[in-house]
Design a protein around this ligand. Sequence first.
Ligand code: GLC
Length: 548
Amino acid sequence: MEQSQRGAAADASFSNSEHSERPEHSEQVEPWWRGAVGYEVYVRSFADSDGDGVGDLLGIAGKLDYLEWLGVDVVWITPFYPSPGHDHGYDVSDYCGVSPRHGTLADFDTMVAEAHDRGLRVMVDIVPNHTSIEHPWFVSARCDPSGPDRDRYIWADPAPGGGLPNNWLSHFGGPAWTLDEASGQYWCHLFLPEQPDLNWRNPAVRDDFDSILRWWMERGVDGFRFDVAHGMVKDEQLRDNPQIAPLKDDMHPFEAFAAFEHRHDLDQLSNTEIFERWKRVCGPDQVLLLGEANAPWPDGMARYVAPGALDQAFFLRTAIMGWSPELLVQMVRSMHDAAPEGVSWVLSNHDRPRPVTRFGGGEAGLRRSLAMSVLLMALGGTPFIYQGEELGLPDGVLRGGSHDPVEIRDGCRTPMPWGSGACNGFSAGTPWIDSEPRPDEQTVAGQRRDPDAPLHRYRSLLAARKQHPDMWRAPLRWLDSADPQVIALRRGGVAVVANLSPAGTVFQLDSGGWQIVYQSRDACSIIPAGDGDVLSIPAETAAVLKTL
Ligand code: GLC
């Protein structure tokens, strides 16, 4: 495809001379996502093409050359649908449209076509657990308690003595129920009151989402990310959840939520029926079905990706937790073994502080985060990078007030820093979120000039994965380590060793000669020894090796 045909949105500084044609599904022998690496675009903060301060679809189109240059294969775009924006797009009022903030359907088509021209796949975010309070289904359900739309949502009478129907809480604070004064019934919402939960026991809801998936597939999308996939079906009797810890007044909403065992509001076994149905709607291996399934690990998670259900589920613990090497090692090993191809490994997303910040900040946070990125790229499933992770960004520093109902998510949502200037090239206008500009060394432009920058580390890591497909394709065997903070694996002719401990160490390699093909930060070395080489590996560093 000629450069000129790819549309004005392309960013010339990242243009590459060759682009693959649109992927041909019929030639494939295995699903396209085998071996792929994903990239999450938080649409509001990625790139603003029209200067209104909010990221948009043409902004994404303009950065596809960058994503291709980086070496990712699929882009997941967070919700861009019409929405009143109480939860930044995760409160959808029309599942088959585009919010004017983010562009038009024609922009969407342009962006998808330009992605496909480069061999990049596109995934969209479907929010099936809840709609917006402004969705016509909810408006009708609320206005007409005896009408056909009422049962699309979960309504309950007050408890026998009056008051809330049960003890369920919202993730975002307070009860999961809001009273509709006109009808005297409460509606259920596991998030904000403006995000009423759908009733997935209602066949009309199931049918409508089949149509929504078909609508986006017809527009050429290659996959779906399902928001809160673990929350859709609720206990039919709406029973109380068992409380497992006391509630305190000053608790963050997430802590209060964690004070209950979510036996009746989350992770119901019949969620799986919905995924099986979606798999039938979407076909076996053309469209990736990837769920946000925040279920107990490893076995609860594994259920979501059992044969016939979702293709993959995000394992969110590694995107939530602080630096805890032994726990990380245990989690990675047990979660991998429970679902070797079914886990999409992530170090960050738009919902939690960035890993550099979570892992201690500064150089230590960066070193730890880069080491973890190597490990997660070698585990099977489709790993996803969250925008800016490849720059080793710490959380952005806010100047204005919080925009987030739970406050902790602003820092990872500040604009993507492309270059210099007051908003780092994100927008020609005033960004929707006011934050300190990033210094040059945290920007894409600044890092492109510095061969040691995290951006080049990530790019080389993705290139190593492509060059040595054993790294994700060959069967995985864990290698023994005496240190519980060291995790190592062998896949065919590739070995990956991650030393998460605060001290340098040596690791005995399998017999035969080895060569280092990638190291996360500080230099590793191979010390030849009689019965097999030894890898000398600094603290909090990971390396990829191949047999000679
Ligand atoms: C998911 C999204 C989050 C959103 C929530 C409610 O967890 O990632 O951003 O607030 O669902 O839709």
